[in-house]
Write a protein that binds this ligand. Structure first.
Ligand code: TXA
Ligand code: MG
Length: 322
């Protein structure tokens, strides 16, 4: 069993694994990442192999701070402002690679831009400090399935393909980072997350919007529509529960179903309608309901404001038919 609780010894062990080209399940504030040395193409290749991920899909590079980021990408004025406001934290910036940037071409799928972020999770920070490497880390799950928010999710999805999983409990945010493209003429959100369009517009002093893109050729290649999918089909904006469905509620759910509805087929993202609590619970609850073997999950409507936009983005993808 490669799951170990966090200590200075296990962080040291994880750093050695990374230096010798292995894979580590790394807690971050968003979701668990599957980390490898981003300078080592063979180590990065193991990530794609473990995830069963199409190799044209570029990865996010995790670094300690903006100074470390500056070794690999061109830090523009907008990048400096965004980093000042939101790093360390759940924001990924797409920036031009620097000439001679040593990050593996495979990690960025041959693009001349790089996705980079500074995670705020203390264990991720400690690991980056100890191994002194930039870490390529996609979410630590099989490609196309729900992102992991607990060490057990990582193990269930990837098993022994990971050399070590650093177990640090459930992730605070629960949704992948916001991806902000700063490589073009104007800033564009490629993936919504906990840092919202309103937050970014206020910080950058310009209107920043989510650009959904074309699902066949998305600008952010990881944003293929059919992504984040449980096995059960997902029905969004549900106002009732049909025969054989499980229920994922938000807020009051008493009126929704009869009292004898089995508990293992019912979860509530946030009884108090707290959107951050709902985001943190989303993937874990979808997985739990999926495990009960139901063929469909009815999900109540989630308000579109703040992080609700990111929750709805993930739900729409989960609801997408092949
Ligand atoms: O919260 C997160 O960001 C997690 C944790 C582990 O940090 N990581 C994560 O990585 O979600 P991943 O690989 O699952 O998602 C990377 C996203 C994809 O949508 C990918 O297409 C996009 O970032 N991306 C990466 N490089 C890009 C680039 N150069 N241009 C545009 N999009 C890029
Ligand atoms: Mg992912």
């Amino acid at each position: 069993m490669p799951i170990k609780s966090v200590s200075s010894e296990t962080i040291g062990e994880a750093a050695e694994i990374l230096k010798s080209g292995g894979l580590v399940g790394m807690p971050t504030e968003t979701v668990y990442g599957l980390a490898a040395n981003a300078l080592d193409g063979a180590a990065v290749a193991k990530i794609f192999e473990a995830k069963g991920r199409p190799s044209f899909n570029p990865l996010i590079i995790h670094v300690r701070d903006i100074e470390s980021a500056g070794a690999y990408v061109e830090i523009t004025e907008a990048a400096r402002v965004a980093a000042h406001h939101f790093w360390p934290g759940p924001l990924t910036l797409i920036l031009q690679r620097k000439a001679g940037c040593p990050i593996s071409e495979l990690a960025s799928a041959g693009l001349d831009t790089l996705a980079i972020r500074v995670p705020s999770h203390p264990v991720a920070q400690e690991l980056l400090k100890t191994c002194k490497l930039p870490l390529a880390a996609p979410s630590a799950n099989k490609s196309g399935s729900l992102s992991p928010t607990t060490p057990a999710h990582v193990h269930d999805s990837l098993g022994d393909k990971v050399d070590l999983i650093l177990a640090a409990g459930a992730c605070d945010v629960g949704l992948e980072s916001t991806v902000l493209d700063l490589s073009g003429d104007k800033p564009v959100i490629l993936r919504p997350g906990a840092v919202t369009a309103e937050d970014l517009s206020a910080a950058l002093g310009v209107s920043v919007e989510y650009e959904q893109g074309d699902s066949d050729a998305p600008k952010s290649p990881g944003m293929l529509l059919k992504h984040y999918a449980p096995n059960a089909s997902v029905r969004i904006n549900a106002i009732d529960v049909k025969e054989g469905e499980a229920l994922l509620a938000f807020g009051a759910d008493k009126f929704m179903v009869a009292g004898d509805f089995p508990g293992d087929m019912r979860r509530n993202l946030s009884k108090g309608q707290d959107l951050h609590e709902a985001a943190a619970n989303l993937f874990a609850m979808l997985k739990e309901l999926d495990k009960s073997g139901v063929s469909a999950i009815a999900v109540m409507a989630i308000p579109e404001n703040g992080i609700g936009a990111a929750i709805n983005d993930r739900l729409k993808r989960a609801a997408q038919k092949d």
